[in-house]
Every structure is written in structure tokens, then in C-alpha cells.
Design a protein around this ligand. Structure first.
Ligand code: SF4
Length: 155
């Protein structure tokens, strides 16, 4: 991680121990907390900021697609009950990008495998507990706008 500058970092709130995860829990991660020591950081939870409550049903990007397809209008995000949550996911991603730009962030540390925050993996869209290569909606929007996205698994 020597190539990472010391500027402010955008970080998934659940990695800090905030209970905004779909099941009402968190994803507190010591490696992330250590990485952030002495740095400025801005916490975001795109799904909460998009208007979704915690706890909530799990959501997945439509099967066969990933977050960039949602950002570019080719795919949707659905809750496990079939509810179309695309607008909430896009809203949360845009607020996260706005925060990143406001604070001149060039690096985000996001939660792997989330349909919003996943950087390298997401679930398949079939609610079968299987993952595939792909990124979440917020990770895709941030990358599209030039922000480097890592996950807790990269630290
Ligand atoms: Fe964590 Fe991101 Fe899910 Fe919010 S949207 S609970 S920050 S993984």
C-alpha cells in the first residue's frame, strides 16, 4: 500500500462498525480501521443514503450484469422480494460520488461483495448465495469518475 497517497479516503460505513448492513449488523474490519489511522476519511453507506432502511431484505444486481450496467442503464437492482430498487441504488451511488468530489477523494475503501460497494465480486443476482466477478453500483460509478476503489480484502 506504499503507492497510496495520504489524501482523504471514502469508506463504507459498515466497515467502521456502523450497523447499516441489510441484516441490521455491521462489517467492522480491523485492517480498515488500522489503515485509516491518522487519515481523514468520509464514511458513506450508499444504500442508506439512497433511502433504504436497516434491516432490509438483501438485494442483488440483475443476473448477467454488474454495477456498471446499472449505472449505464442496462440492468436493474432487485430486492429478494422482487422489488425494483434501482433508483435507490443509483441515488446512493450519486450521493457517494458527490461526497467524494466535495472532499477531493481519490481513493475509496469499500465492502467487498456488496451490490453497492463490492469492488471485485458481487452475488449472481439469483439469490443463491453464489458470487461472481463484478462490481457494485457505487464502486462502478466511483471508478467511472476516476476514483480508485479497493476493498477490505485488498488491505
Ligand atoms: Fe456497507 Fe455499502 Fe452495504 Fe452500506 S451499502 S451496508 S456501506 S456494504
Amino acid at each position: 500500500m506504499k503507492d497510496i497517497d495520504k489524501g482523504p479516503v471514502l469508506v463504507s460505513a459498515c466497515l467502521l462498525g456502523i450497523k447499516c448492513k441489510y441484516n441490521g449488523g455491521d462489517n467492522k474490519n480491523e485492517a480498515v480501521l488500522n489503515f485509516l489511522e491518522g487519515r481523514d476519511f468520509i464514511k458513506v453507506c450508499p444504500e442508506s443514503m439512497g433511502g433504504l432502511e436497516s434491516p432490509r431484505l438483501p438485494s442483488e444486481v440483475e443476473a448477467g450484469y454488474d454495477g456498471i450496467d446499472v449505472v449505464e442503464g442496462r440492468a436493474r437492482v432487485y430486492g429478494k422480494d422482487g422489488r425494483d430498487l434501482t433508483e435507490e441504488f443509483l441515488k446512493g451511488a450519486q450521493i457517494s460520488l458527490d461526497q467524494a468530489e466535495k472532499h477531493q477523494v481519490s481513493l475509496a475503501i469499500l465492502k467487498e461483495s456488496s451490490p453497492s460497494c463490492g469492488g471485485n465480486k458481487i452475488y449472481t443476482g439469483r439469490f443463491e448465495g453464489q458470487k461472481k466477478e463484478g462490481q457494485g453500483v457505487t464502486a462502478a460509478l466511483l471508478r467511472k469518475n476516476g476514483i480508485r476503489v479497493l476493498t477490505e480484502e485488498d488491505l
